[in-house]
Design a protein around this ligand. Sequence first.
Ligand SMILES: Nc1nc2c(ncn2[C@@H]2O[C@H](COP(=O)(O)OP(=O)(O)OP(=O)(O)O)[C@@H](O)[C@H]2O)c(=O)[nH]1
Ligand SMILES: [Mg+2]
Length: 427
Amino acid sequence: MFVDKVKVYVKGGDGGNGMVAFRREKYVPDGGPAGGDGGRGASVVFEVEEGLRTLMDFRYQRHFKASRGDHGRPKGMHGKNAEDMVVKVPPGTTVVDAETGQVVADLTEHGQRAVIAKGGRGGRGNIRFATPANPAPEIAENGEPGQERDVILELKVLADVGLVGFPSVGKSTLLSVVSAAKPKIADYHFTTITPNLGVVEAEDGRSFVMADLPGLIEGAHEGVGLGHQFLRHIERTRVIVHVIDMSALEGRDPYEDYLLINEELKQYNLRLLERPQIIVANKMDMPESQENLERFKEKLEDDYPIFPISAVTRQGLRELLLTVVDKIEETPEFPLYEETEKSTRVVYRHEKEEAQFALTRDDDGVFVISGAPIERLFKMTDFSHDESVRRFARQMRQMGIDDALRERGAKDGDLVRILKFEFEFID
Ligand SMILES: Nc1nc2c(ncn2[C@@H]2O[C@H](COP(=O)(O)OP(=O)(O)OP(=O)(O)O)[C@@H](O)[C@H]2O)c(=O)[nH]1
Ligand SMILES: [Mg+2]
């Protein structure tokens, strides 16, 4: 089993800020509060798209920031909610919080969705703070910050394509030039002893998983060479890429090789030959190859496409890969045996109870208040209005911050820091 894995950063949009505004009506001396609420920030939502088979797309885009809600407006008008950002993932993607290691979502079915970073709610406008005692408050909230975190996407992949052929025909070399896989390559037989998998991207961005299998020889289906156990791997692939050494340097006849390998596949499992096959004529950079290819084509009776390439000089790869992806897409999966168990997985969600704040003291003597809840409250405070600031002071007192400061020995005038901001402690 091969695991495609990538780490991405997600951030939900911040909520829009609430507004401080007042009604202005002719002949009404003191208009009431009229500042509207901010709109909701967009969430980052992952959605399963069954056409995707790898996490390749995430190698290019690793940051997903959803947009913020609009700010509240006068006349009690709400800011607009932002539209969620939908990111497509392949079926089977597991999303894990990078910091806590917790599974955030297990995305399996087409169309299934999960919120990965929640957008912030809109800040309340001053209408919402009016009370009989304070009918015209100059208080508004800023929008709630959107959730942000690093998540790890994991996808267990099976090969879509298997490379088969005699030893030393260049299977591993081919995989190494079309993917990031680093299989061992050498000019002796059976260099590859276990399958290597790599994620391959065609020129148009579609991607798939390719398996490089150990070389097959006559009698492979009976367990000669390394055959048997690896033929098993081909059973799962949708498309077979049959690699042939056209240089015939080893004194073998390319067409005989071709027939022999297909016979081995058939002996092992008849149904393997029902699978689409693509013939790769490799080592076209060698002197005899062109002539051998012509002869091969004359003899070939099967209706399989042939792609002359050189894995070493990387010629002919583009067309080959595009055809391979097309074939994968038009070929259904081959269920050779009934799938008995569908693994069910329980997702345990566990949001740990967070302390409201932490109080520490910096080297420079400044008291530092940290922790998500207090920082969130801080960000949601509109410091441009004195009344909002006083409300924040009140909230800090209610959270027990003033007491904690006093306990730590804070005196009138000492500096206190939250995030990057400093203010004086007033007792
Ligand atoms: N000239 C030339 N040599 C190649 C080409 N592709 C592979 N080779 C060489 O052929 C030899 C075998 O390559 P591998 O990629 O290890 O072959 P393999 O099919 O994986 O072999 P096994 O793992 O033993 O089954 C190496 O020396 C490669 O450098 C090619 O396009 N042109
Ligand atoms: Mg190899």
